[in-house]
Design a protein around this ligand. Structure first.
Ligand code: AMP
Length: 215
């Protein structure tokens, strides 16, 4: 499947994407994961992106498009992909349309995962993320804690609160989402690709997606 997952930070895009990858060999492409990996590795991209990310601002469209243009042409995208956290602005969506046309790729659907703001705020404040760039497993101190406090169950690396998951940065990220990313729902509605699924359970969101795709 070739999907875009839209939704505020904390709506469950990453969790839904991970479940979907087990169904048909599609891969998850998370621009947030790619950028965090670059920050940890100390690459030029990471150095450029870090300040924006820690403040909860979006990194410039040109940086993101550079990443995605290469990523979508890698071999593992051939079986399908789930775009998680991209596009995040109208210019990114327009550029993505051009890129997909150039690569002769057609999207199946754009899924807008709609979750109430108070649920999202609470989820993000209690979220913990594995620091290992190869893993980046997600936990929650309330609903899905690590077995050993602060240690990733999967790889044993520290599972930490992200720098952009302080209350202040979260509030800013949600405002940025409302201003810059929420308008993408209208953009894809006009293209006839949008399906909005309201729900706080990732399993139910996945069921809704499978139904839409006739799986
Ligand atoms: P995420 O893990 O998707 O919440 O992304 C974490 C941070 O990475 C965001 O707050 C942005 O600073 C940056 N980021 C990720 N994806 C994008 C994107 N498509 N456009 C701009 N910035 C992004």
């Amino acid at each position: 499947m070739k999907l875009i997952l839209l939704g505020a930070p904390g709506a469950g895009k990453g969790t839904v994407a991970k479940i979907l990858t087990t169904l048909d060999g599609s891969i998850q492409i998370s621009t947030g994961d790619i950028l965090r990996g670059a920050v940890q590795a100390g690459t030029d991209l990471g150095k450029e992106a870090e300040g924006y990310m820690n403040r909860g601002d979006l990194v410039p469209d040109s940086l993101i498009m550079g990443i995605m243009e290469n990523r979508l042409q890698e071999d593992d995208c051939k079986n399908g992909f789930l775009l998680d956290g991209f596009p995040r602005t109208i210019p990114q969506a327009e550029d993505l349309n051009e890129l997909l046309a150039k690569l002769d790729i057609k999207l199946d659907m754009v899924v807008n995962i709609d979750v109430p703001r108070d649920v999202i705020f609470d989820r993000l404040c209690t979220r913990r993320t594995c620091q290992n760039p190869e893993c980046q497993a997600i936990y929650n101190t309330k609903s899905n804690p690590t077995k050993v406090d602060g240690i990733c169950d999967k790889c044993g690396s520290p599972a930490i609160q992200r720098a952009d998951e302080t209350e202040e940065a979260i509030a800013h990220r949600l405002d940025t989402y409302n201003k810059k990313t929420a308008p993408l729902a209208g953009f894809y509605e006009k293209e006839g690709l949008l399906k909005t699924i309201t729900g706080t359970s990732s399993d139910l969101v996945v069921d809704g997606i499978k139904k839409e795709l006739g799986m």
